[in-house]
Design a protein around this ligand. Structure first.
Ligand code: SAH
Length: 200
């Protein structure tokens, strides 16, 4: 399957109907989700691999991994409303290939080849991105994640402290649609980085 066809499929998925500010429910646009999956696939981290999607939301990243040939995807999401949408989005895939768990990321157990995620950036729960990354590196050897570009220095220091290999794979502008009433402008742009973290 090509990058373009993964992006098209992911763009057509059902989105959050009522995104929750306190959980930082920003969906990853189909193109960026497909870029993450495509890059991970080229690195040999998706096909035939056991993948976990932390803070899966409506499932766009994990479904990308299923499309790209992951052997199994575990979706972890705390919000039952998002999980209901995820359940509809993942219909049609062989149920042996995925598991959906409604829980806090900190409760996600097991071992995985690859973690994929677009965690809360920490605007609501401070350092949420840090706790997602800390947990991801405990359960998966390699992690692909999306962060606020302003976190670059913080991430480099965290990786050095923890002994991770950190690569910044791409920097992209993300149009954040005004899903929340407190946003004054209809569309905000945010610079984000796509990173790969490998533990030793
Ligand atoms: N992965 C999806 C959603 C990203 S938004 C996508 O790429 O489109 C971040 C998601 O993390 C939201 O769905 C939010 O509900 C979930 N989340 C936030 N804190 C969480 C926690 N502590 N445990 C599990 N999920 C959490």
């Amino acid at each position: 399957m090509s990058l373009g066809s993964i992006a098209r499929k992911l763009s057509r998925l059902e989105r959050f109907s009522n995104p929750k500010l306190e959980l930082e429910q920003y969906p990853t646009p189909g193109e960026l989700a497909a870029e993450l999956i495509w890059t991970a696939t080229l690195n040999g981290d998706i096909e035939g691999k056991r993948v976990i999607d932390l803070g899966a939301g409506t499932g766009v990243l994990g479904i990308g991994a299923l499309l790209a040939g992951a052997s199994h995807v575990t979706f972890i999401e705390i919000d039952a409303d998002a999980v209901a949408i995820l359940g509809r989005n993942v219909e049609g895939f062989d149920t042996d290939r995925y598991t959906v768990v409604t829980t806090n990321v900190s409760e996600a157990a097991g071992t995985y080849d690859t973690c994929i995620m677009n965690p809360p950036f920490g605007a609501q729960a401070k350092h949420a991105d840090r706790s997602f990354l800390m947990h991801a590196t405990r359960i998966a050897r390699t992690t692909y994640s999306i962060h606020n570009a302003n976190s670059r220095t913080f991430l480099a220091k965290l990786a050095a402290d923890e002994g991770w290999r950190l690569q910044v794979l791409a920097e992209r502008r993300l149009p954040l649609k005004s899903a929340y009433a407190h946003h004054k402008k209809p569309v905000r742009d945010q610079s984000v980085i796509l990173i790969r973290v490998e533990t030793y």
